[in-house]
Design a protein around this ligand. Structure first.
Ligand code: ADP
Length: 286
């Protein structure tokens, strides 16, 4: 498989602080790749560098085989959905799509066909004449996705695509992302929700304080740390603290528990990405 996105020793320095620090990463064509990390980890800065919106202080980036300084050509190959809603709130749904189509120089009849197609795709055709400010958060996010698809990019970048959305809207966005990926689109997303990467992503990069601290499939990450977890309460019951111990399998964790004479405050459960994050950093994702 080809590399769609390649980052080599990328750093970004703001006010003498490295907010992204020597990050190297290759994202393959056709995969859903998730960059997971807590707020402030450097995810948005990384996605802004991948999408030509911010220049790296150091290092090289290639997108769809192009060097990052070939901004105009790259913009034709990528779609970008940023966290802050970048729609014109005073224009209608259709007018927002029109503006984007014109920016990409799509001829009128092709533009109209595609606007119709992608609004239908994200279930917004019935809302085409609504002013954007009247839409719900989930609808706005779907409109941002439809707009990012209008010029039919190879790679779609989404920065925290479901932050602040209700569970139903979140699930719909996940379905859209999965459908696009099944059609062959490479997807790169950032999130601080572990369920989002667990449900969606083929591979995961965990980022903390600007550094990539783990990389692999969910199965690989779990295999490295263990599938089973023993959780043990160690603090006072008024101020409980928890000790985590990984085991290769859930059965092994259960077996260990079964052999303890005093099992008070202990339980066994499958390990998840949050546990791995805590193991690696000593902190929670949120
Ligand atoms: P995340 O997306 O993981 O929450 P960000 O990439 O937004 O993290 O931010 C990483 C760090 O970089 C934060 O400490 C943030 O304050 C800082 N930062 C981001 N953008 C700028 C900027 N334009 N100027 C100065 N500092 C910035």
């Amino acid at each position: 498989m080809n590399s769609s996105v390649s980052l080599q020793n990328i750093s970004k320095i703001y006010n003498q602080v490295s907010v992204v620090n020597d990050l190297s990463l290759a994202i393959q064509s056709g995969e859903i790749f998730g960059l997971l990390g807590p707020n402030g980890a450097g995810k948005s800065t990384t996605i802004r560098m991948m999408t030509t919106l911010t220049k790296p202080s150091q290092g090289n980036i290639q997108i769809a085989g192009l060097d990052i300084d070939q901004g105009q050509q790259i913009k034709r190959k990528i779609g970008v959905v940023l966290q802050q809603v970048s729609l014109d709130q005073d224009l209608t749904v259709w007018e927002n799509m029109e503006m984007h189509g014109r920016l990409h120089h799509l001829p009128k009849s092709l533009r109209q066909d595609r606007i119709h197609h992608y609004l239908d795709y994200v279930d917004l055709l019935q809302r085409q004449q609504d002013v954007v400010r009247q839409l719900s958060g989930g609808m706005m996010r779907r409109l941002q996705i439809a707009r990012a698809l209008l010029h039919q990019p190879q790679i779609l970048f989404l920065d925290e695509p479901t932050v602040g959305l209700d569970p139903q809207s979140r699930r719909r966005i996940w379905e859209i992302i999965q459908e696009l990926n099944h059609q062959g689109m490479t997807i790169v997303l950032t999130t601080h929700y572990m369920e989002e990467v667990e449900s969606l992503c083929d591979r995961i990069g965990i980022i903390d304080k600007g550094q990539l601290i783990a990389l692999g499939t969910l199965a690989e990450l779990k295999q490295q740390h263990g599938d089973g977890l023993l959780v043990k309460q160690v603090g006072e019951s008024s101020r409980p603290q928890w000790d985590y111990q990984f085991f290769p399998t859930l059965a092994a964790a259960q077996d260990y528990l079964d052999h303890q004479t005093n099992r008070v405050g202990m339980m066994v459960r499958p390990a998840n990405l949050e546990d791995i994050f805590v193991e690696l950093t000593g902190r929670n994702l949120d």
